[in-house]
Ligand binder design. Structure first.
Ligand code: NDP
Ligand code: MG
Length: 412
């Protein structure tokens, strides 16, 4: 087993990205969060890519058994386990002979800059994904970004970093992937607004008075998408759409007032762009993350991949309705954080992460998630133009204060 933190110099950032011209060799992919929902779908896309995509690095936190199974299947050059305790798991002795193991977040941030890597899939959940995404952008990588929290926390800094190093950020989030495709129909000065579609989640039609008694099991039963637990709860509160509004604000450099949310329960239209002449461009496909993942990995090319197709021989109804801001107050929080910028996104994100964790463990009711986030946004020491250190400090502040807020609620 190699030394946990010692990574050969040749695996560090030393050269500009060298994507093979016209796919003369496979694109080598680092999958951060390979054991999660997006990570597993990414491996399916790579397996169906007829050799175009080669997983070169797989990283996870604690799921060592799954990681070893994945490594046996795809023979990556490296696997990274960020949790030091989990890295002692016996099962890691079963890694393929040619796969090396590195341990810890620091090792991940170094390895992700390796010149061998052409594309990085950022699919770690939550604020934990920021450091490795940042490291990849510093090394001018092309990043397929699922970890929206990175842009929610530090959108302007992240976009500036990418512009400075020449890195590219390609959205994996299905809404932003749809918008990226629809934007190609016109010039940026011709865009009137972005229309983010939302399924409405499991409680789209639930009466307001029933929200307080929603259980984690009910909230985890998403009607159209199969995803990891954190984003599934975010979808139930519609905080996910709030995060996506902030993500879109920075990714496409468009003011928050020009981004609207439309509820579309079938999750077939993944988002739309309205141009100044009134023309609306939409992207349609079944709710299957393999399509946006594939696009982000192989853009601007398309290939016949494993994502499900729409069946145009069967009757299909698409419906749209405005969101209910009373029952889903998280939406207004997202709009506010997108308009304020600065440290607002980082506070919203951290407070929400703490709230979701406590809701899932039965510590707070469903309705406390937006209440806690509202309280942290109101109380936090706002900075308009924060550095990355300021963002990390505010993230830590919000986690501490959110835990104290919960403590006070529980003891009341
Ligand atoms: P999952 O919970 O399914 O997976 C999370 C992954 O992150 C796991 O591989 C997990 O490893 C890893 N991870 C967690 N913490 C750490 C850490 N500290 N260091 C390294 N790895 C870590 O999440 P999803 O796949 O659903 O979501 C991932 C991201 O993609 C989120 O930001 C989400 O918002 C975004 N996204 C997801 C969509 C979806 O359809 N699922 C759609 C659009 C965006 P381990 O298994 O070891 O814990
Ligand atoms: Mg989405």
């Amino acid at each position: 087993m190699p030394d946990a933190h010692v990574i050969a110099d040749d695996a560090r950032r030393s050269a500009a990205p060298h994507e093979p011209a016209g796919h003369s060799r496979p694109l080598q992919v680092a999958i951060l969060g390979s054991t999660g929902s997006i990570g597993r779908s990414t491996l399916e896309v790579a397996a169906a890519s007829a050799g175009r995509l080669r997983p070169w690095l797989l990283a996870a936190c604690r799921s060592t058994e799954t990681l070893v199974q994945q490594a046996k299947a795809v023979q990556p050059a490296w696997v990274v386990v960020t949790d030091e305790q989990a890295a002692a798991d016996e099962v890691l002795h079963d890694l393929p002979a040619d796969t090396r193991l590195a341990v810890g977040q620091e090792a991940l941030c170094e390895l992700v800059q390796a010149p061998e890597i052409d594309r990085v899939v950022s699919a770690i959940v939550g604020a934990a994904g920021l450091a490795s995404t940042w490291a990849a952008l510093e090394a001018a990588k092309t990043v397929a970004l699922a970890n929206k929290e990175t842009l929610v926390m530090a959108g302007p800094l992240v976009m500036q970093l990418a512009a400075r190093t020449g890195a590219s950020i390609l959205p994996v989030d299905s809404e932003h992937s749809a918008i990226m495709q629809a934007l190609r129909a016109g010039g940026s000065h011709e865009v009137r607004r972005l229309l983010l579609t939302a399924s409405g989640g499991p409680f789209r039609t639930l009466a307001a008075e029933q929200f307080a008694s929603v259980t984690p099991e009910q909230a985890l039963a998403h009607p159209t998408w199969s995803m990891g637990p954190k984003i599934t709860i975010d979808s139930a509160t519609m905080m996910n759409k709030a995060l996506e509004l902030i993500e879109a604000r920075w990714l496409f450099d468009i003011p928050a007032e020009q981004i609207d949310v439309v509820v579309h329960p079938q999750s077939i239209v993944h988002s739309m762009v309205e141009f100044v002449d009134g023309s609306v461009m939409a992207q349609l496909s079944p709710p299957d993350m393999k399509l946006p993942i594939q696009l982000a990995l192989d853009d601007p090319q398309r290939f016949d991949g494993p994502a499900r197709r729409l069946d145009w021989t069967a009757a299909m109804q698409l419906s749209f309705e405005p969101p209910d801001l009373q029952r889903f107050p998280a939406l207004a929080l997202g709009r506010e954080a997108a308009a304020r910028g600065g440290t607002a996104g980082a506070v919203l994100n951290a407070a929400n992460e703490v709230a979701v964790e406590h809701f899932l463990s039965g510590g707070i009711p469903f309705t406390a998630i937006p209440q806690l986030t509202r309280a942290m946004l109101d109380e936090h020491p706002y900075q308009a133009d924060p550095s990355l250190d300021d963002i990390l400090a505010v993230d830590a502040w919000a986690r501490r204060e959110a835990a104290a807020w919960i403590e006070r609620q529980v003891s009341c």
